[in-house]
Design a protein around this ligand. Structure first.
Ligand code: WQD
Length: 334
């Protein structure tokens, strides 16, 4: 099976490429390298022995995408490409709607023109908004109370995919709602290495550890949670990648939805402790005010993916921290 990964040199895309190549899938990657590095392709080759064919193409470059699809003969697209900085999306909403939604429409136009009938979409737990409860299931209503344009783009794209599947009875969609991806490949050769200024907890912890950022700001310790700090479902990126592989064989006409998470919540202070244990160093932090738009606690109910895909997470937050330290040491020596 031939698979195109949009955003495939990115954090989740690159880890998914590795899992697919290991299973014999023919993988090609398209990325604009806005938030990833082309050297990831060399790391994929070191890990798997295969260097995927690469196209430096932007979702907004319809002509470039058309040239790629004209020769690609893809069976499936896994759509990772998109802007994902929540804070930036609040400041630059049009950039996010144009890139994420407009870009996806360009992609779907190409798929239609070249009769590519399967897509797996990298969505996000953000589409649930504030459900008033911490554990989130796929049956819950989405699109209400989303607190940022980034999350809205994910919701809008889900709606577009539903409508396209409605209009074409042969179209197969799997929407995977990620919780909080963390960790790195155990080889230490790839991991989260964003070009942009990170918003997320783990890349910021990584930059505090390397000294690029002086100290971590803990956004609030007065939430009604185990220790007052925010609680999230941190899923190891290798488990997340394997979730994509698991869904491929189950795809069928229509739309499938799955939460990809551990089903367990971890607080910010617990993440700091886990990182300190793995690194053997104290992590400088201070308690700051709450961040606008943050919820107190959210984690996945992963029961549906386990039951229908036979997939569940195997790695822990501790594994993610150890793999992250491994990756940071690799980056230091590079
Ligand atoms: C996690 C926790 C913060 C930074 C977002 C997107 C979601 C997904 C993951 C893409 C919260 C706290 C964070 C910091 C902190 N993105 N925190 N200090 O907000 O749960 O989810 O990223 O798929 O779609 O919405 O992730 O990592 O930003 O925050 O205290 O410097 O860490 O308050 O409790 P979030 P996050």
């Amino acid at each position: 099976m031939k698979v195109l990964l949009t955003g495939g040199t990115g954090y989740i895309g690159s880890h998914t490429a590795i899992e697919l190549i290991k299973l014999g899938y023919d993988v090609e990657i398209m990325d604009n390298l806005y938030n990833s590095k082309i050297t990831v392709l060399d790391s994929i080759k070191k890990i798997t022995g295969v260097k995927p064919k690469f196209y430096q193409v932007d979702l907004l470059d319809k002509e470039g995408m058309d040239k790629m699809f004209a020769v690609g003969n893809y069976d499936l697209v896994i759509h990772f490409a998109g802007l994902k900085a929540v804070g930036e999306s609040v400041k630059k909403p049009l950039k996010y709607y144009e890139n994420n939604v407009g870009g996806t429409i360009n992609l779907l136009d190409c798929m239609k023109k070249y009769s590519v009938k399967k897509i797996i979409f990298s969505s996000s737990a953000t589409v649930y908004g504030d459900q008033g409860v911490a554990e989130l299931t796929e049956e819950m209503q989405t699109g209400v109370g989303i607190t940022n344009p980034y999350g809205e783009t994910k919701h809008v794209i889900e709606e577009i995919l539903k409508d396209v599947a409605e209009a074409d009875e042969k179209f197969e969609v799997a929407i995977l709602r990620y919780f909080n991806p963390v960790g790195s490949h155990p080889s230490g050769l790839i991991g989260e290495d964003p070009n942009d200024i990170p918003n997320n907890l783990m890349p910021i912890i990584m930059k505090v550890y390397t000294g690029e950022i002086e100290k971590l700001k803990v956004y609030g310790n007065d939430y009604n949670t185990i220790d007052g700090t925010g609680v999230r479902d941190y899923i190891h990126v290798v488990d997340l990648a394997k979730g994509h592989v698991a869904v491929i064989q189950k795809m069928k006409p229509g739309v499938l939805f799955y939460n990809l998470g551990t089903g367990k919540g971890t607080s910010v202070l617990e993440m700091i402790s886990a990182f300190e244990k793995a690194s053997g160093r104290k992590l400088p932090y201070e308690i700051a005010g709450r961040r606008a738009g943050d919820l107190a606690e959210m984690y996945a109910s992963p029961k549906k993916a386990e039951k229908e895909l036979g997939w569940k997470t195997e790695l822990t937050v501790e594994d993610a921290m150890n793999d992250t330290i491994n990756y940071l040491n690799y980056l230091k020596e590079k």
